[in-house]
Design a binder for this molecule. Structure first.
Ligand code: CMC
Length: 357
């Protein structure tokens, strides 16, 4: 009850999370058929055909222009903002964008994390922000704005696969937040800003940074078993494992592991790092099975996210923001769907406090 497990709170055509079978369907397409096969822009066209366009090329052109418009706001990056955490800085910049329920507002929101995040990272590292190139794909441009040079095809495809993989995922905490805010008719910007707040927690989108901390603390594959045993003995959770819905392996973990393997084959990934991760994953799964035999705890999306984003050059404190750059498509699509229902979300609570005197 306290976590609303199994409560159906919305009807959606956007995505279905089949936790028993480890399957994710986005707008009638299985994740397997989307990841590495369709671009992020193509998935946006599936998620928002009437608000944006059902045409991938049209979405790509409009999103490119939206990135240019968002980049104007980068001028507001000042010392106060840079002293915040990356996610808080992103939240502050996102809050500057106009609100409303029209397409232009939706496009700015979808474009914004991919522009603000690289700028924030560069300025914090003492470098100048790099303006967007609207002709590039969303993923390639995000990497170009991060590194100041065009990415290789393998790097651009790896980030594209990531953005597609996390684009939508049923009624997760941040998406539910976006729907609640949109139902009040506050506008897309308010819905996305609230969703970003929900995403930032370590039980939702804040886990991949700690996954790398865990890998660093373990250091060598043969240290994985003892380190994990000690962690569980202290009652700590292993980041990157377990899920509220999935009772088998999270299909997104496989999609990202495949993307990592492709990146490794193209020379864009430290293979020792991948070997360490595989050893840690195997040790964690075996320890979790022994510690919680009645509760299936499998690898979730965040485990391989951490490795992929690290290999692409994102600092770990920015991982939640990259997650937002992909999930924002789902947030806006759910906000749009909720607005279309015309219904305010307003559940009830059961009062368990003292009786009135
Ligand atoms: N490591 C160790 N024990 C765990 C873990 C874990 N990662 N996850 C759950 N458990 C244990 C938990 O301690 C509890 O044990 P007990 O019954 O003895 O108290 C039992 O499993 C059930 O846990 P729960 O809190 O009821 O499970 P939940 O459905 O609320 O938790 C979760 C889901 C994702 C919050 C949790 O698995 C977790 O904290 N994982 C680590 C953080 C993480 O990887 N987060 C990213 C989630 S995936 C991104 C997304 O889709 O948003």
């Amino acid at each position: 009850m306290s976590g609303l497990d199994d409560v159906i709170a919305a009807e959606t055509r956007l995505s279905e999370v089949d936790g028993a079978n480890g399957r994710l369907v986005i707008c009638g397409h299985s994740l397997d058929s989307l990841a590495a096969r369709k671009s992020y822009e193509a998935v946006l066209a599936l998620l928002l055909p009437d608000l944006l366009s059902a045409n991938e090329e049209a979405v790509r052109a409009e999103l490119g222009q939206a990135r240019l418009r968002v980049f104007r706001e980068v001028a507001w990056l000042d010392a106060d903002l840079i002293s915040l955490s990356v996610t808080e800085g992103l939240r502050a910049l996102m809050a500057r964008l106009p609100d409303g329920e029209d397409k232009s507002v939706a496009l700015l929101q979808i474009a914004a994390p991919a522009v603000f995040l690289p700028a924030l990272i560069r300025v914090r590292q003492g470098q100048k922000p790099v303006p967007p190139h609207p002709g590039l794909s969303h993923a390639a441009d995000m990497l170009a704005m991060l590194n100041g040079r065009q990415p290789t095809a393998a790097q651009a495809q790896a980030l594209d696969t990531y953005l597609v993989t996390v684009s939508d995922h049923g009624l997760n905490a941040s998406t539910f937040t976006a729907r609640v805010v949109a139902s009040t008719r506050a506008g897309y910007a308010s819905a996305v800003l609230a969703a970003l707040g929900a995403l930032k927690g370590p039980l939702h989108g804040g886990a991949p940074g700690p996954v790398l901390d865990m890998l660093d603390a373990i250091g060598m594959p043969d240290k994985a078993g003892p380190w994990i045993a000690a962690q569980l003995a202290r009652g700590e959770r292993l980041m990157g494992f377990g899920h509220r819905i999935y009772r088998v392996r999270d299909p997104r973990a496989d999609a990202l592991k495949a993307a990592l393997t492709r990146l490794g084959a193209a020379g864009g990934m430290n293979t020792n790092r991948l070997a360490l991760a595989e050893a840690v994953e195997a040790a964690a799964l075996s320890a979790l099975r022994a510690a919680k035999p009645s509760r299936p705890l499998e690898t979730n999306v965040e485990f391989f996210t951490a490795l992929l984003l690290e290999a692409l050059g994102f600092p770990r404190e920015a991982f939640t923001g990259v997650f937002a750059a992909g999930r924002v498509g789902g947030w806006v699509a759910h906000a749009h769907e909720q607005i279309e229902t015309g219904r305010l979300i307003r559940p009830q609570s059961r009062y368990v406090g003292p009786k009135a005197a």
